[in-house]
Design a protein around this ligand. Structure first.
Ligand code: ZN
Length: 285
C-alpha cells in the first residue's frame, strides 16, 4: 500500500472513531459496546478469570470454544489439529511411559543442550526420537551465537552449570534460509545485524566458498557456521570448566532436511583448541 492510501485509511478510521467515542464531544447515537472508557465497564479484577456480565449477551465476542469450533471447520489448520491431537498424545505417552509426566512435574534432568535453527523442519526432540525432558533447547535464526548475546548465554550457563547436561550440540541444517540470506547482499532490516557473524564467517572463507558451486557453497557455509558457534561455546568459562571437571562433550551436527538424517562433524580440530584453552585457563588461575 502506498503512503497516501495508508494516510487516507487512517483518517477514515479516525473519523469513524470520533463518531462514536464518548469523549470526542459528539452526539452519541447508541451505547458504545466494548468502549475503552472504563466508566461504562463493570468492575473486574485485573486477573479475574470470570467473564464480566457484559459478555453474557448475543453480541459478545466469541468464546474460545466458539472460535475453536469455527476454526475446526478447516481440517487443514495445524493449530486446531495439534490441539486436538494433544490429548491423544498425552494419554498415549502416559500409557507408554507411566512415570514420565509425574517425574517431569518435579523437575528436569536433560542430558543434552541443543543449539539449533528456528526452522520448523528442525524439531530436535522429534528427530532424535527422544521425549519431553530429554533436550534443553536454544534455537534462533541460522543457529548463530553472538558472543555477547544474553539469551543464548543464559541458556548455555543454566544448562551447563545448573542442569549439568552431558552434551552440548550445535546443529545446522541444509536449505537454511538464514545461511542463504547471508550468502547474498540484500538489505534485510533487523536480520542484517543478526546475520553479521555469519557474513563475517563467509568473508573469512570467501576463497573456499567461491571455489564451490552455489549449492555446495551454501552447505559449506552451514558447516563453517556450526564450527564458528562451537568455537563461541567453548570460549565460555562455564563450558571449559565442565569439560575439565566432568567431561562435558561438545558436538557439531548437520541435519539434512531432505532425508531427516543427522551427520556428525569431525571436531578433532576444535578438540585441540579446547585443550589449549584449558591449559591457558589453568595458567591464569
Ligand atoms: Zn535455518
Amino acid at each position: 500500500m502506498n503512503p497516501g492510501g495508508l494516510a487516507m485509511q487512517f483518517r477514515g478510521l479516525a473519523r469513524a472513531s470520533q463518531a462514536v467515542h464518548p469523549i470526542a464531544g459528539l452526539p452519541r447515537l447508541a451505547p458504545v459496546r466494548h468502549s475503552l472508557n472504563t466508566t461504562f465497564l463493570p468492575r473486574v479484577s485485573a486477573f479475574s478469570t470470570t467473564a464480566p456480565a457484559y459478555c453474557a449477551n448475543s453480541q459478545s465476542p466469541p468464546t474460545a470454544s466458539e472460535t475453536n469450533n469455527k476454526s475446526s471447520l478447516d481440517s487443514t489448520d495445524k493449530y486446531v489439529a495439534g490441539l486436538r491431537h494433544n490429548k491423544n498424545w498425552a494419554a498415549q505417552t502416559a500409557r507408554e511411559h507411566p512415570d514420565l509426566f509425574p517425574t517431569l512435574a518435579n523437575g528436569q534432568q536433560p542430558q543434552i543442550l541443543w543449539i539449533g535453527c528456528s526452522d520448523s523442519r528442525c524439531a530436535e526432540t522429534s528427530m532424535l526420537g527422544l521425549l519431553p525432558g530429554d533436550v534443553f533447547v536454544h534455537r534462533n535464526i541460522a543457529n548463530i551465537l553472538h558472543p555477547g548475546d544474553l539469551s543464548s548465554g543464559a541458556v548455555i550457563e543454566f544448562a551447563v552449570k545448573h542442569l549439568k547436561v552431558k552434551h552440548v550440540v550445535v546443529c545446522g541444517h541444509t536449505s537454511c534460509g538464514g545461511v542463504a540470506a547471508a550468502m547474498g547482499s540484500k538489505q534485510l532490516g533487523i536480520l542484517d545485524p543478526w546475520l553479521l557473524p555469519l557474513r563475517q564467517v563467509r568473508e573469512r572463507n570467501l576463497a573456499i566458498l567461491e571455489s564451490l558451486p552455489v549449492d555446495q557453497a551454501a552447505e559449506k557455509l552451514v558447516e563453517l557456521n556450526v564450527r564458528e558457534s562451537l568455537n563461541i561455546v567453548t570460549q565460555k568459562s562455564v563450558v571449559l570448566e565442565a569439560i575439565q571437571e566432568r567431561g562435558l562433550q561438545v558436538h557439531g551436527l548437520i541435519y539434512d532436511v531432505a532425508s531427516g538424517v543427522l551427520r556428525e562433524l569431525d571436531t578433532t580440530d576444535s578438540d585441540e583448541v579446547i585443550k589449549k584453552r584449558l591449559v591457558a585457563f589453568k595458567l591464569e588461575e
